[in-house]
Design a protein around this ligand. Structure first.
Ligand code: ADP
Length: 201
């Protein structure tokens, strides 16, 4: 009997990059992907692709995104499942912008459990609210995102984050999976705080 054939499959890692809008998730995701051989899934990027392509989903999502509201849970859950199924050759996935509601967090747990897996860790980048507006307004001048250009939209995104997304902290903390990195500092400083957390897994 061969040990190689009997070896347990390597456990895929599922990291969630958590934090308010503008915390620097996209920036830090690139560094993590490279260091840990992960596939980056940004639900915001996937939705923006749909908008650009003018799909039915994109047309529906556009209005919600530009108002600073969330798109329906089923829409993003479907996108995530599709990525899990189609992407091969990585050691794990880095979820950025998902889950964003407790219902999405529960759906993710169920989806992973069905495949004999689970969330590895939630890495949270924390910045104070005052800094969110400053960072997003700066990004607006670089990336030209419609939802970054309007202060009322940004304020609604912050409110949406506190109301719908922040409750996930207690959810994952209760499971012993929540890790927080201070998001204030240079890109390199924040990156090394994140690596200190993720290197342990
Ligand atoms: P940011 O991190 O700056 O808020 P994202 O690119 O992650 O930006 O998301 C942009 C917008 O896309 C959100 O404000 C929301 O409308 C929509 N969106 C992204 N991810 C989700 C999700 N998991 N559930 C619902 N809506 C989402």
């Amino acid at each position: 009997m061969s040990w190689i054939n009997d070896r347990a499959p390597i456990q895929m890692k599922y990291y969630i990059l958590f934090g308010p809008p503008g915390a620097g998730k996209g920036t830090q995701a690139s560094a993590m992907v490279e260091r840990y051989n992960l596939h980056h899934i940004s639900t915001g990027d996937l939705l923006r692709k749909e908008i650009k392509a003018g799909t039915e989903l994109g047309i529906k999502a556009k209005t919600l995104i530009e108002a600073g509201s969330l798109v329906p849970d089923e829409v993003v859950e479907g996108m995530i499942e599709n990525e899990f199924k189609t992407v091969k050759g990585v050691d794990g996935f880095l979820l950025d912008g998902f889950p964003r509601t407790l219902a999405q967090a529960q759906a993710l747990d169920e989806l992973l459990a069905r495949n004999g897996s689970e969330v590895t860790a939630v890495v949270s980048i924390m910045i104070p609210d005052e800094m969110i507006i400053e960072r997003i307004r700066h990004r607006a001048t670089i990336e030209g995102r419609a939802d970054d250009a309007n202060v009322d939209t940004i304020k609604n995104r912050i409110a949406t984050y506190h109301r719908q997304t922040e409750p996930e902290i207690a959810y994952y903390d209760a499971k012993g999976k929540y890790y927080q990195a201070d998001g204030v500092g240079t890109i390199e400083e924040v990156r090394s705080r994140i690596f200190d957390i993720v290197d342990k897994f």
